[in-house]
Design a protein around this ligand. Sequence first.
Ligand code: NAP
Length: 259
Amino acid sequence: MSLRVLILGGTTEASALARMLAHETRFAPTLSFAGRTKAPHAPDIPYRIGGFGGADALARWLVDERVAAIIDATHPYAARISANAVEASRTTGVPLASIVRAAWTRKPGDSWIDVTSAEHAAAATGRVSRRVFLSLGRLELSAFAAAPQHHYLARTIDPVGEMLLPPHVTLISGRGPFTFADEAALLKAHKVEIVVSKNSGGGATYAKIAAARTLGLQVIMIGRPNKPSGVRLADAAAAVVWLEARVASHGSSRSERGV
Ligand code: NAP
């Protein structure tokens, strides 16, 4: 029987893992999206969209769906779902492993100010009016209403809709991966002086950091939250190896029970 796997997604790694498991008869994976983006790329495996309703409800879902392994492949800044997954794994005994993407580190020529939240990033932009590129989630833009002296260029995946925004803001939509050439051209075209970013890690959104370095721009880097994890894995390929080991131990525990 196939090993039922829940992949908590919304990232490049989750999509890569879904592709790797798509034609593997040993696994019966379901990819879960939070539903933040209006049109997530539909995977080749069964998927569901929307929150579970907290850790207890996630635990019930795992039991109802007879899930035998969880891969938390959520974004480094998605801390709540990871805490819920750790808790649901603890209460149900379903093993959990997390794909933890390495953070970006400073390279020669980088000029980063480290902060811990969007609010602190807004404060770090300074009092003098600047041209600021916000490469953040839509929900983080409101924090910059507290720094109305700047001219902002804000890029989000979906249009932002009705929400509190700083007064001078140009909104654009875009979904990575982004190239160095395109990011450098965007920063130059909008005469950007400061880039505000999360330390997402990975290659898909790194080009703006490299372009900022080349153009000599300040980067305000919002640090990662402390996010609980199960076993830590580097990438989707490592997750497949971990799942293969679960297939082996799942099979032996079933035969021990005479199932
Ligand atoms: P979060 O703060 O950790 O989660 C908030 C709530 O959203 C969770 O309690 C859970 O609701 C639901 N949720 C989150 N991820 C889910 C998933 N994969 N499947 C089902 N429900 C999920 O997360 P977030 O920062 O809002 O991020 C939401 C999603 O966007 C995640 O899937 C993440 O991988 C992706 N993402 C986030 C960022 C970022 O910067 N935060 C960037 C890129 C992609 P219930 O408690 O009701 O179950």
